[in-house]
Ligand binder design. Structure first.
Ligand code: F6P
Length: 545
């Protein structure tokens, strides 16, 4: 199928005209003119509520965006994704992360589903064994600490989920080591007892430099502590598609849980890549996490585009990216346990949609995936929210707010909620220069001084934002939230006509890294000469030793 060219779709020109009109729209007036806006521009799915009423959007623009989705063939593409068509066309593979949380085999995917179910059984075996304190190490002591060694999708998903579900943890502590900087591993190992530690080497390819380097160092640490080679089986599991390389490292097949080439790393937390989370929270809880994602999959598959949460969020992304020139998107989780969400979403969205050619290889003449950034509220308020409110750039925002807290400190949580709602409303309403001047005069400033300062206090407002709420952050709502962003990412990729499932852009840096390592380490002293800047920097490293 020929991929979409966004700017060739008939609705594109109409949307440009609508965006020109809505660019200067007053959001409060949009509410005043449309009494149903507040309730109609909201949506419920899989335990999540999306309020998209504070957007530079009216019913006419929404209808045109939905036309764009139809013209891009989005409903058909969603069917292809979920049905296992080879949507990753540069690698000729399906992208079947939804199968990892399915409870029934979709038609035509019975064989793959059977493999997933078998892997889930094995995952459950290890999760139960460790969660219930039944697995012992070389010294006979029970394992109390699990260290996930992985990077990118083999780290960010499990790390996020494990932290977000802290209130559901049992007795096992989970740690995450990703960086090839030895300080990452060293700082983690410092606190651990080798006899009570189990490593999960997470690497789809089992070829990733950072993961292999850290895993070798972890194995040395274990042996230096007295573990014999024969004991290492008790301390190392691997999650990989590459059983041969895992065996070469010394991890036998019975300690390896599978991955498949039809699951992208950044979409893999639902597979055995999420084993550390299943160990931490226990299998039943992990199944609830999968069930939340499956509920979102069902909504995504069934919802007509106008009532489909991932589709709407994707249309908003494209709306601001391609019609308002917003090159970024900010994610603001008002829940401390979701503070890693922006990191996770950066890989999900930017590794997926940071592409400059269409799925058929033609250079694109419009923007694709925006820069995603953010941090947990309220910290960002005391850091970058200044720019959100008064900067010159448009930063469309997603606020994410669990309505209740697991801490039992409802009174203090009320402050967090108030801050979240206040930031969302402030982005929208802003404050005119006149209102700022009046406020200053009321504070006792003389009129001249008030006039001088008023422009500095004025805020344009009309800064668009969504609010995603949920009753509580639970395994199920977390699963739904992550699946929501996965599907939003897919839809945007389709609207831009790109392949969201490859990541060729990371490869050249890895190759050049190997060449430079050869020169620095002396293993390949005659290797390729570099540019003068890089040569000088390599000399600086040698001199610093
Ligand atoms: O280099 C990018 C990448 O391939 C990511 O897509 C992936 O999540 C990460 O590296 C880790 O890969 P692996 O699981 O194969 O070690």
């Amino acid at each position: 199928m020929v991929p979409t060219r966004l700017n060739e779709l008939p609705a594109y020109a109409e949307l440009r005209a609508l965006a020109a009109r809505l660019q200067s729209a007053d959001l409060q007036q949009l509410f005043d003119r449309d009494g149903q806006r507040g309730s109609d521009f909201t949506l419920e799915a899989a335990g999540l509520q999306l309020d998209y009423s504070k957007h530079l959007l009216d019913r006419e623009a929404l209808a045109a965006l939905l036309k764009l989705a139809q013209q891009a063939g989005l409903p058909g593409r969603i069917g292809e994704l979920l049905g296992g068509a080879p949507v990753n066309n540069t690698e000729n593979r399906p992208a079947l992360h939804s199968l990892l949380r399915a409870t029934r085999a979709p038609q035509g995917l019975e064989d793959k589903f059977a493999e997933v179910a078998a892997a889930r059984d094995r995952m459950r075996h290890w999760a139960d064994r460790l969660h219930q304190g039944k697995h012992t190490g070389y010294s006979g002591a029970v394992i109390t600490d699990v260290v996930n060694i992985g990077i990118g999708g083999s780290d960010l998903g499990p790390r996020l989920v494990s932290e977000a579900l802290k209130p559901f943890h049992g007795d096992i502590a989970c740690h995450y080591v990703a960086n090839v900087d030895p300080a990452d591993l060293q700082n983690t190992l410092q606190t651990l007892d080798p006899g009570r530690t189990l490593f999960i080497v997470c690497s789809k390819s089992f070829r990733t430099e950072e993961t292999l380097t850290n895993s070798l160092a972890a194995r040395d640490w274990m042996q230096q502590a007295g573990a014999a080679v024969a004991d290492l089986d008790r301390h190392f599991l691997a999650i990989t598609t590459n059983l041969e390389a895992a065996a070469g490292f010394g991890i036998p097949a019975e300690n390896c849980l599978p991955m498949w080439d039809w699951v992208g790393g950044r979409y893999s937390v639902w597979s055995a890549i999420g084993l550390s989370c299943a160990i931490a929270v226990g299998w039943e809880c992990f199944e609830e996490f999968l069930a939340g994602a499956e509920a979102m999959d069902h909504h995504f598959a069934a919802g007509d585009p106008g009532a489909n949460m991932p589709v709407l969020m994707s249309l908003l992304e494209v709306w601001y990216c391609n019609f308002f020139g917003a090159g970024n998107h900010v994610v603001l989780p008002y829940d401390n346990s979701l503070r890693r969400l922006p990191d996770f979403l950066q890989q999900l969205t930017m590794e997926s949609n940071g592409k400059r050619v269409s799925a058929d290889g033609a250079a694109l003449d419009y923007d694709t995936g925006p820069v995603l950034w953010g941090s947990a509220g309220t910290m960002g308020q005391h850091s970058f929210h200044q720019l959100l409110h008064q900067g010159t750039r448009l930063c469309p925002a997603d606020f994410i707010l669990p309505l209740t807290t697991h801490t039992g400190m409802t009174g203090q949580h009320c402050r967090l909620v108030a801050n979240c709602l206040a930031q969302s409303r402030t982005m929208m309403v802003g404050r005119t220069t006149e209102a700022a001047g009046a406020a200053l005069r009321q504070r006792g400033l003389d009129p001249q001084e008030a006039e001088r300062l008023a422009p500095h206090l004025a805020m344009p407002g009309n800064r668009p934002n969504s609010m995603i709420t949920m009753q509580a952050l639970t395994p199920a709502t977390l699963g739904a939230l992550l699946a929501l962003y996965e599907h939003r990412t897919f839809c945007s990729g389709q609207l831009w006509g790109i392949n969201p499932f490859d990541q060729w852009g990371v490869e050249l840096g890895k190759e050049i890294g190997v060449q430079i390592l050869g020169r620095l380490s002396g293993d390949d002293p005659g290797g390729e000469p570099m540019d003068p800047s890089t040569e000088r920097l390599m000399d600086a490293w040698r001199e610093a030793l």
